[in-house]
Ligand binder design. Structure first.
Ligand SMILES: CC(=O)SCCNC(=O)CCNC(=O)[C@H](O)C(C)(C)COP(=O)(O)OP(=O)(O)OC[C@H]1O[C@@H](n2cnc3c(N)ncnc32)[C@H](O)[C@@H]1OP(=O)(O)O
Ligand SMILES: CC(C)C(=O)C(=O)O
Ligand SMILES: [Mg+2]
Length: 578
């Protein structure tokens, strides 16, 4: 136990057994920083979307507990096409029969739209390259993506080759890719090379290997190749990755015939930031997955990066409006849940529980005019753009305040509470939230409000008639239901409310004076109703009461009655105690 006295089961389980483990930062080397004093990327802005390449069906798929079936791949592919991806890595056909069969199905059933290019991955091994081309026989256009690791650790421990040996492996792979392509002259082939584990490779050497591959391929601007730089493992801060990309961007040969691509993973949680800064540093293309599924902590999340552009007024060139479908497909194909706080798509990302946020949201939302640019505190984008509604924007628990409670009540009932009433009612809700230590749902709030402020017992105003006296007063003659009995009460005054308070004062035995009053309509057109809020003085005490009705008079009179009922209830409670 780690110095905590209490020893109940749950705490022991959470704290662990106290063993030390090997937690020691000194066993990790610092990351070497490239030298770049005249970097330009920090001054750049992303003003247009990069070329997006989805690797869900390959990199995402290879990270799943159960890789996708052909059927699941079909569903995912359709989604990617519908969203607007023009480059889709569909698998590693030489590695698995499922990927091979899926590739064949897309080609044989002519399921690849004209403007979509499929991409496949392969190692720099001849037999695998040969089979990869077989899988692609008959495709109109495809990207063959060959890779080999160039990192120091893999050169040393996996391949047991020096720098020259690994460069030769890359050159050999590039050569095979080019040679086998010639067997299928009817296809428009594009080539892609990745120095896998680029972030674990000396930068100069990685550039040297890429340039060696480019010497084989001799790309031309009208037929460019893709050089893809992967943060196979994210090892440092995104600014360092951006420096690396800017250096490659400057030093790569045939730059005008190279699409410079990045493929970041998320080991440090900054995969998206790394891709964003890389685009500022000169990358033209970004590989990633929807919601960031992928090896370990995942690939960079294209949905989030695209929505980041969208939310700053840049066309993401992907249609992500149907988030519900994206989530369904993601869950069905990846067999993974979507985190409720996942950017843009998570269940809770447009929801505010905390009081000051709710207050600001409510005020900003009601200040919005049609045609305004989106500028609502705490909500970076309009949830309705993504098929969500405003209902979940505010939810109430013990962290909430009067603004949030008022918002929920207004959303459910249309009641726009007077400012002074809001904190009074909010206290009831707060008590309930603290008592239950749970969220307080909208239906509870509505019921509690009606019970507290709209009570119709013990006193209820039934039918009434209003008439004018000769002296110019209004006279109210009302059927009153009180403690199960019906009585006729009459009062005179200046207007119906004054007449009703005067009638009440004669019968209930305490002062009945209106101290504050507000009203508004509920709904529009012929169905419109009215709601009235009355603050009533009953001697030392004041009570708010609320009433609704087909006209404002009925609403106001019921509001007065409700406030009187609260005083009556208080008196009854006091009598019981006495
Ligand atoms: C970072 C990434 O995402 S890279 C992509 C990784 N994706 C996958 O691996 C998924 C699909 N892969 C597979 O199904 C298998 O690895 C296969 C079918 C490709 C190859 O299978 P096998 O040959 O049976 O096994 P395995 O992957 O262990 O092969 C490793 C061998 O390939 C070599 N190798 C690994 N990568 C490469 C490469 N890119 N280019 C050339 N050789 C490579 C290794 O050095 C090792 O050589 P050795 O046999 O002389 O020791
Ligand atoms: C194959 C490559 C591009 C890869 O997935 C990686 O390095 O992460
Ligand atoms: Mg990867």
């Amino acid at each position: 136990m780690s110095g905590i006295e209490q020893n109940d089961g749950i705490r022991t389980e959470i704290i662990g057994d106290g063993s030390a483990g090997t937690f020691d930062y000194r066993k990790y080397p610092a990351y070497p920083k490239p030298k770049l004093s005249d970097r330009t990327w920090p001054d750049q802005e992303i003003t247009r979307a990069p070329v997006w390449a989805s690797v869900d069906l390959r990199d995402g798929n290879q990270a799943l507990i159960e890789p996708m079936t052909v059927q699941q791949k079909m569903v995912f592919f359709e989604l990617l096409v519908d969203i607007g991806f023009k480059e889709i890595e569909i698998g590693f056909p030489a590695a698995s029969q499922i990927d091979y069969d899926f590739t064949r199905r897309l080609i044989e059933e002519d399921l690849i739209p004209q403007d979509v290019t499929v991409q496949v991955l392969v190692q720099a091994r001849e037999e695998l390259i040969e089979r990869t081309y077989e899988s692609l026989q008959g495709v109109h256009r495809a990207i063959v993506h060959v890779y080999n690791s160039t990192s120091t650790v893999q050169r040393r421990d996996v391949f047991r080759m020096d720098q020259a040996g690994i460069r030769d492996l890359a050159v050999q792979g590039a050569t095979w890719v080019q040679e086998y392509a010639k067997r299928y002259p009817d296809t428009d082939w594009r080539f892609q090379y990745s120095p896998e584990s680029f972030t674990g490779t000396e930068l100069d050497y990685a550039i040297d290997v890429c340039n060696a591959v480019l010497e084989v391929w001799q790309p031309r601007p009208e037929n460019p190749v893709i050089i893809n730089l992967p943060a196979t493992v994210e090892m440092t801060t995104p600014n360092v990755f951006a420096d690396q990309i800017e250096i490659v961007h400057r030093q790569l040969h045939h730059r005008d015939a190279v699409v410079l691509s990045v493929h970041t993973h998320n080991d440090r949680g900054t995969g998206i930031a790394a891709s964003e800064l890389a685009v500022m540093a000169g990358a033209d293309r970004v590989e990633g997955t929807l919601l960031g599924n992928g090896e370990r902590t995942g690939n960079m999340d294209i949905l989030t990066m695209a929505m980041n552009l969208y939310s700053r007024g840049v066309d993401p060139e992907l249609d992500l409006a149907d988030m519900a479908r994206i989530q369904k497909v993601y869950e069905y194909c990846n067999q993974l849940p979507v985190h409720p706080r996942h950017p843009y798509i998570g269940e809770l990302v447009y929801t505010s529980f905390s009081g000051s946020h709710q207050d600001a949201i409510r005020k900003c939302m009601s200040a919005r005019k049609p045609g305004d640019l989106w500028d609502v505190a705490y909500i970076p984008i309009d949830p309705t753009d993504l098929g969500r509604n405003y209902e979940a924007v505010i939810r109430v628990n013990s962290q909430s305040g009067k603004g949030g409670v008022a918002w929920l009540l207004e959303r459910e009932t249309g009641y726009n509470l007077p400012r002074e009433l809001q904190p009074l009612f909010s206290q009831h809700v707060q008590k309930e939230a603290e008592r239950t230590a749970k969220e307080v749902r909208a239906d509870w709030i509505v019921t509690a409000f009606e019970q507290e402020y709209m009570a119709r017992t013990p006193l209820r105003l039934g039918d009434y008639r209003l008439s004018s006296t000769e002296a110019g007063d209004d006279q109210l003659s009302a059927d009153v239901h009180m403690d199960g009995q019906q009585q006729r009460w009459v009062g005179k005054g200046d207007g119906p409310v004054d007449a009703w308070t005067s009638a009440l004062a004669q019968h209930v035995g305490f002062v009945v004076e209106v101290d504050d009053y507000a009203e508004h309509t509920l709904g529009t057109g012929s169905d419109a109703r009215a709601v009235a809020y009355v603050k009533l003085k009953t001697g030392e005490r004041t009570w708010w009461g609320v009433g609704t009705g087909g006209d404002i008079a009925r609403a106001a009179l019921d509001a007065v009655s409700a406030a009187v009922n609260r005083e009556l209830a208080a008196r009854a409670a006091e009598a019981q105690v006495a």
